[in-house]
Design a binder for this molecule. Structure first.
Ligand SMILES: *Cc1c(COP(=O)(O)O)cnc(C)c1O
Length: 352
């Protein structure tokens, strides 16, 4: 009976399962392992002052004001979400209906396609080049052919770590007759952004998150910036009270203590360079340049290597045997110790 009730576009979906491990070096989800506990005392203090019996500020006023000041935008141009995942869903629910097209590149973050499918949308995927660089001309060709209502570009991209030059993004925004979303979840590890362009182009949305560089994945806080006109539309579909007061407080503590961000990002970028150099010495392993807090590797037996690492209490990301990420593993940059351990294990396994 339930099968006949569920919407057709939902039938083919699988639940997004995340397996939990204890006592493990977690390098599978691009979290900031160096930031663990650093702000806990300040967080506790801030939480002590909360009236948890009251609903949170529905529009995250203080948080948005802080972000607006930092980004040199109007608070009206900012929305905070329960993770940027929620903002991705809200963009789809505002602009994508049955049969509408969403265009993105492949490989990329898997949530865009799922969020579009939930709304009945059709995802069209333009392959990146063999070395995972962005192929502007085939992307523009696909834009002209498919006329997508929404475009998603991830910059830097997850899971490849490549970036799209600013001129190419600008060109796509100018050519597009639809909404263009630039997901800058890893912006802090790269340093280049198009967030300044939201004043200039009314169809541009830039997404950021506090889950990665800021080390706040557990609080689920992301934000989007866009023109005021575009935000007025997105606010129509935002659920009330979508960010808990605990999360709002945590985000404000993080934004007010930028030193943790700067120090851990600096360390992560250094460690990323070291990790890439070490991995380059390993035979039968190809490692790609990265502008984020992870590196992507290609090897002969990715599943075997994944299992070997897991047996040694190290969790990385494996993408299955199909598609452009076959034989790839993504390793998040962790603390110095964690990185040394994963490199040591790989050297031991693959050099023998
Ligand atoms: C991790 C990630 C997100 C999700 O971030 P949340 O704010 O934790 O929901 C969004 N986009 C990309 C590309 C990511 O890698």
């Amino acid at each position: 009976m339930l099968d006949s009730l569920v919407k057709d576009n939902i039938k083919g979906l699988l639940p997004y399962k995340v397996k939990e491990y204890t006592d493990i070096i977690k390098l599978d989800a691009n979290e900031n392992n160096s930031a663990a506990y650093l702000l806990n005392e300040k967080l506790c203090e801030a939480i002590m002052g909360l009236e948890i019996n009251k609903y949170p500020d529905s529009d995250c006023t203080e948080l948005r004001n802080m972000l607006a000041k930092e980004l040199n935008l109007d608070a009206r141009q900012i929305m905070v979400g329960c993770g940027s995942d929620q903002l991705i869903s809200l963009i789809m629910s505002a602009f994508i209906g049955n049969g509408d097209k969403m265009l993105t590149h492949i490989p990329t973050f898997g949530i865009y396609k799922i969020a579009a499918q939930i709304e009945g949308g059709i995802t069209v995927e333009v392959p990146l080049n063999e070395d995972f660089s962005f192929d502007l001309s085939s992307f523009v060709e696909a834009m002209e052919r498919e006329k997508p209502k929404v475009i998603f570009l991830t910059n830097p991209n997850n899971p490849t770590g490549n970036v799209i030059p600013r001129e190419q993004i600008t060109k796509i925004v100018q050519l597009s007759k639809g909404i263009v979303v630039i997901d800058e979840a890893y912006y802090e590890f790269y340093g280049d952004s198009v967030i300044d362009l939201v004043d200039k182009y009314e169809n541009l949305v830039v997404l950021r998150t506090l889950s990665k560089a800021y080390g706040l994945a557990g609080a689920r806080v992301g934000y989007g910036a866009a023109s005021g006109q575009l935000m007025d539309i997105l606010y129509k579909v935002k659920p009330p009270y979508n960010v808990t007061s605990l999360s709002q407080v945590a985000a404000k503590v993080c934004l007010a203590n930028k030193k943790v961000l700067h120090d851990t990002v600096k360390e992560t970028i250094e460690e990323r360079g070291k990790m890439i150099n070490s991995l380059k010495e390993i035979p039968n392993l190809e490692v790609f340049e990265s502008h984020a807090n992870f590196v992507l590797c290609k090897l002969n037996d990715a599943k075997g290597v994944y299992d070997y690492l897991l047996n040694n209490r190290v969790l990385v990301r494996y993408f299955g045997e199909e598609g452009p990420l076959a034989n790839c593993l993504r390793i998040s940059i962790g603390t110095k110790d964690e990185n040394a351990q994963v490199v040591g294990l790989l050297k031991k396994l693959m050099s023998s």
